[in-house]
Design a protein around this ligand. Structure first.
Ligand code: ZN
Length: 348
């Protein structure tokens, strides 16, 4: 029985105590290390979270009035918020800067605020901001340009045309904007008949030789016969997507036969068989496929000024706001419409 009881003077007792202590220390340090690691994760999560959650309006107010960052840094931050589409935060920064910022930059900050309101779609607020800038600084073409865009988006074309007057006084070329706004006014006038709209648009086109896409897209849609009669061969490439979409019954073969581009285009489409090859790769492939493969053309629109690519046609680039800078890019694609119509006819 005595073998289970050790005397504390026994050397074996000391060895046991020693190992027990080692075990306790290892155990405690292991759990301490684990706990610390978990806390580290939490700290990192907390640190990263502050980049995901944006500062509240009140936090921004305190930060801006605190003056720890320069006004330029705040403007850069607001600009990056705008670029990422977070208009709400950039608007908050601009509004606070207008209250506490340098008065020398007041007009520039106002302009940036108006620009952000416009981008965010707050047209009425943008209008008020640009009008306020122009009240104190009437010779600010940038504000006039934006005010014109605001009125255009509001479909208040009369006011937009009025903005062109001071721009003309500032020696800016307003011919394109004037023709464009007048055309939009005609197209959106519910009191005009379709025939009147067509005639007035043709008059604008003849006078300005501009807005071919806007005007002919409408005329080919409502009166293809008249569109062909007024067709300008030199504009065929510009209108390729519109020409491609015209129904076979609306074609004017007399006009098409006189132009090699049109002959190649409609041979590629499969409506006629007048061309056996084309210098345009996409047309050439479609002519040689001879409707054996389910392929068609698809279109992309590139702004020649800012190189922005759009999946739809545009008259004024929504990125750089210039007029008539759209260039159509062709590519070959599967003809889903043909697939769909074949499927439907097989059910009948
Ligand atoms: Zn552009």
């Amino acid at each position: 029985m005595n073998i289970f009881f050790l005397e504390f003077r026994d050397p074996l007792f000391g060895i046991i105590i020693f190992f027990v202590l080692i075990f306790v220390i290892t155990f405690v340090s292991y759990w301490l290390a684990r706990f610390k690691k978990r806390e580290d994760h939490k700290h990192l999560d907390k640190f990263l979270k502050q980049f995901n959650t944006l500062p509240s309006q009140n936090e921004l107010k305190v930060l801006i009035t605190g003056g720890e960052l320069s006004e330029k840094s705040w403007l850069l931050l607001a600009h990056s918020y705008t670029k990422n589409g977070n208009f709400e935060k950039s608007i908050e920064i601009y509004r606070e800067l207008l209250k506490v910022g340098d008065k020398a930059n007041y007009r520039d900050t106002m302009f940036l605020l108006g620009q952000t309101y416009f981008k965010a779609g707050f047209l009425e607020r943008a209008r008020q901001i640009f009008l306020e800038i122009l009240k104190n600084n009437p010779r600010t073409p940038q504000a006039l340009n934006y005010l014109l865009l605001v009125y255009e988006h509001m479909q208040d074309y009369k006011s937009a045309l009025e903005v062109l007057e001071p721009l003309e006084e500032l020696k800016k070329d307003i011919s394109g904007d004037s023709a464009y706004l007048n055309s939009l006014m005609i197209l959106n006038n519910p009191e005009l008949s379709t025939e009147d709209k067509v005639q007035e648009l043709l008059t604008i086109h003849k006078k300005s030789n501009q807005l071919t896409y806007l005007i002919f897209e409408y005329i080919f849609r409502v009166n293809p016969k008249l569109a062909w009669e007024n067709f300008d061969y030199s504009k065929a490439e510009l209108l390729v997507d519109i020409l491609w979409g015209i129904d076979k019954k609306d074609l004017n073969l007399d006009i098409i036969m006189q132009n090699s581009y049109l002959k190649e285009l409609y041979s590629a489409k499969g409506y006629i068989k007048e061309s056996s090859k084309s210098s345009i790769f996409e047309f050439n492939v479609l002519i040689n496929l001879d409707s054996k493969v389910n392929a068609t053309l698809s279109f992309e629109y590139i702004c020649d000024n800012c190189k922005q690519v759009y999946p739809f046609a545009f008259n004024r680039c929504s990125s750089c706001h210039t007029l008539e800078t759209s260039r159509v890019e062709l590519s070959l694609a599967k003809n889903y419409y043909k697939d769909f119509s074949e499927e439907n006819s097989s059910f009948q």
